[in-house]
Design a protein around this ligand. Structure first.
Ligand SMILES: Cc1cc2nc3c(=O)[nH]c(=O)nc-3n(C[C@H](O)[C@H](O)[C@H](O)COP(=O)(O)O)c2cc1C
Ligand code: SF4
Ligand code: FES
Length: 584
């Protein structure tokens, strides 16, 4: 806080960073302005913050509350070139602990400046297919040894000097993708269609769905969506048509559409692949959602770590506007849809829909109490549809391939295909598209190549950080919402993390618990204190104490009394580890 006492004037560098922040700007310009400072200078100084608050008409305390909320923003002096080294479960299974020790030996503890560069530990970066992974000045890096991060940092510093500012992230590493049958969501990625080329997108089925939507009209689209029985892919499996209809028919205006591209659940990177490798499909789906729900403005909120994705989306938005596919006359009609890109800044909780809305509005990313739900009181207090990237990507498939074909691709309760992010002890980590109901075994053994080096499978964490552990006995479970639910598990975020017999299960569980303690927004006591107590109890348990009763009590309080899904589910992984894996 010392850095926040004095007055002073912003430096030339800070003023240059704020060149695009208008005088009398709106409060929702706060996060982009803080990003601009942080990205260029490395941190947000008091004079820099004061300049932002002056232009946006905000109280400095409010802006400081926001700046200090997000892990990627620094309110203490820090060099501008940052390497984030992932310290989460799939990367630990890939050797992150050793790589981090190597890095520490070479560069000193995290946050120790070395010239213009610094490194930090990070929760999952959404790069688990590169495990162990790092993000160096916005670029995804597979860490083959401690040195590769150091080399990437040195290159990044040189690049910044050359460009005189934050360099673009450029092309991301090509992901490993696959499918077990029809792959309507990954088809263009599998075919290697150039994700930057709008003509290539059109030549491979692009904009057909948007044209059809405009012909059908909002009611026609809603009828097809209802018949498709599409459910949300963001974790809650909520019927998509119900949400769209609630907003479309809501008398209060304006309406908004928000794309949830925050994807910060440990082990999850499926949306990243769609955003980076098929960005026009995400935009086309967003335009259809906006048109159907009567919204003229849509926002895509991309997690701060996804710089490659944000750049590709920004390019796609500019191209689509230029070609009249977005803007004041979508496809030459009277329909108006603009899509704006917003970047998160390192906060898993901002994936929770109401926290995300607060974040866009320029507030701390803390969840709101529900009800009211976003369809009633959403972005800027207006009716808002918020959907996951993959959910939206299903909509053009429904409109082009037809409702019957879409439903035939999955089970009666889980129509369509589903993307899974496969990582951990598996031969081919990557993103796989399977028809809903496909056995878990097909994903892990056939598509993922199974557990390598002749080792035995010990457990599978299915659904995300809060998810249930499955065992080898569960390999024939159908990957559908109802199939997993019947086993007490969940599709969740679509993360599937494979653990072989060498995995240190206590480390996996402790790291999972630390993730929640780190990511709790701290707004409500059961979660803020409960996630911390859970970590402490697991540490005591590792020393041989029997803390089962206390853990159960903490779990009950968190589940019953937390405001949002983070606190409500943060204990379930630990409980599941004890019951399913016999740890104790
Ligand atoms: C702690 C927490 C984190 C979440 N993170 C994400 C996320 O990263 N991406 C996402 O689409 N949904 C996430 N959700 C779910 C959203 O709140 C919301 O249900 C979803 O965006 C709705 O979209 P859908 O109907 O298309 O699934 C999260 C929920 C919670 C409680
Ligand atoms: S449950 Fe946790 S993350 Fe959710 S609002 Fe409460 S403190 Fe924040
Ligand atoms: S990127 Fe490391 S665990 Fe996901």
């Amino acid at each position: 806080m010392d850095a926040y006492r004095g007055g002073g004037t912003p430096s030339a560098e800070e003023l240059a960073a704020l060149a695009n922040v208008p005088e009398a700007g709106a409060p929702d310009g706060l996060l982009p302005a803080l990003h601009a400072l942080n990205d260029r200078v490395g941190w947000i100084s008091r004079p820099g913050l004061d300049e932002v608050t002056r232009r946006l008409g905000l109280a400095p305390a409010v802006a400081f509350g926001v700046a200090s909320f997000y892990a990627m923003l620094s309110t203490t002096p820090r060099p501008p070139t940052v390497a984030y080294m992932c310290d989460d479960v799939p990367c630990r299974l890939g050797g992150a602990v050793d790589r981090i020790s190597g890095l520490e030996a070479e560069l000193g503890p995290p946050r120790t400046p070395r010239g213009d560069a610094v490194w930090e530990r990070s929760p999952c970066l959404g790069l688990c297919d590169l495990a162990p992974a790092a993000l160096v000045d916005g670029r995804a890096v597979r860490v083959s040894d401690g040195r590769s991060v150091t080399a990437a940092l040195a290159e990044a510093v040189a690049r910044r000097r050359r460009l005189g500012g934050p360099p673009p992230a450029g092309a991301p590493p090509r992901p490993h993708v696959g499918a077990s049958g029809a792959a309507p969501l990954l088809r263009r990625v599998l075919d290697g269609v150039d994700p930057l080329d709008i003509d290539a997108y059109a030549a491979h089925g692009g904009w057909v769905a948007l044209r059809r939507a405009l012909r059908l009209g909002p009611e026609g689209v809603l009828a097809e969506l209802t018949a498709s029985r599409l459910t949300g892919r963001g974790g809650a499996a909520f019927p998509t048509a119900t949400k769209w209809e609630a907003v479309a028919r809501h008398p209060v205006r304006p309406h908004y559409v928000v794309v949830n591209a925050d994807e910060s659940e440990s082990g999850t990177f499926k949306d990243r692949v769609l955003l980076e490798w098929d960005p026009y499909a995400v935009l086309e789906a967003t335009a259809i959602a906006a048109y159907t729900c009567g919204a003229e403005r849509a926002f895509v909120y991309v997690r701060g770590e996804y710089r490659h994705a944000a750049e590709r989306l920004a390019h796609a938005i500019a191209e689509a506007e230029h070609r009249g596919l977005l803007g004041d006359h979508v496809l030459g009609s009277d329909v108006r849809v603009s899509v704006e890109l917003r970047r998160g800044a390192g906060a898993y909780i901002c994936g929770e829909e109401t926290a995300l809305l607060n974040s866009i509005e320029g507030k701390r990313g803390e969840p709101r109490s529900k009800p009211p739900f976003p369809v009633q009181v959403g972005l800027f207090g207006r009716p808002t549809v918020i959907n996951n990237v993959e959910t939206l990507a299903c909509v053009p498939v429904i409109l082009t391939e037809g409702v019957d074909r879409f439903r035939a691709l999955g089970t009666a309760e889980s129509p369509g295909t589903k993307l899974f992010s496969l990582s951990g002890h598996v031969a081919r980590p990557g993103v796989y598209e399977v028809a809903s109901g496909t056995p878990l075994r097909a994903l892990v053994e056939e598509l993922g190549g199974g557990v390598p080096r002749g080792r035995a499978l010990r457990a599978i964490q299915c659904g995300g950080a809060a998810a249930t552990f499955l065992t080898p006995r569960d390999l024939d479970l159908p990957l559908s919402f109802e199939g997993l639910r019947a086993r007490g598990a969940t599709v969740g975020s679509g993360a599937v993390v494979v653990l072989d017999e060498t995995a240190d299960l206590r480390d996996v569980i402790l790291r999972g618990a630390q993730f929640f303690a780190h990511e709790s927004c701290g707004q409500c006591v059961p979660c803020r204190i409960g996630t911390q107590r859970q970590v402490e109890l697991l540490e005591r348990e590792a020393r041989g104490e029997d803390v089962t009763g206390l853990l159960a009590e903490v779990a009950l309080a968190m589940k019953d009394a937390s405001i949002c899904g983070l606190g409500q589910t943060a204990a379930s992984m630990v409980q599941s580890a004890f019951t399913e894996l016999g740890l104790r």
